[in-house]
Design a protein around this ligand. Sequence first.
Ligand SMILES: [Zn+2]
Ligand SMILES: [Zn+2]
Ligand SMILES: [Zn+2]
Length: 170
Amino acid sequence: MKNESRDASRSPRQVCAHGDRHASEEVRRIENAFFDLSRPNTAPRRILVEKLAELARTGEAFSTDDLWQGLRAVHGRIGRATVYRSIEQLVESKVLDRVELRDGSRRYRVCGGAHHHHLVCNTCHRVEEFQECLSVRTIEEIGRRHGFTVEEHTLTVYGTCSSCLKSGDK
Ligand SMILES: [Zn+2]
Ligand SMILES: [Zn+2]
Ligand SMILES: [Zn+2]
């Protein structure tokens, strides 16, 4: 049963401009992902969907513990293992992107649906997305040169974000 509006799916996606994100579309993606997992729609799950929808709106990146602490504040009995499992499932269903920080620890983020890559701030661990990419031809040429069949690629740019630069100037 799908009652997605066709107009909404036809309109161009807003990515990168956090204030402009299609929040309802994100909620639908998150809910559909859980629906596909064919699990009961329990209270912790509902709270998790709401929390992720909020994080989708702000574009904030989070660790498993960040999310767990945030959820515990609302629903004291939610277990870390449940949160951990849910995150893994949402990464599998591509609702969440997993981003590695320079120290090897992981952050998660609800990004836009279009092909994109990440900028990571080494100071505050903010994650932003950008759409620029090498052309498909270039990537395939690189693969060919090395005898690789290309399946996917990632690109992460590490540095210092504008607000950390500003506060460093003070
Ligand atoms: Zn992303
Ligand atoms: Zn920063
Ligand atoms: Zn790319």
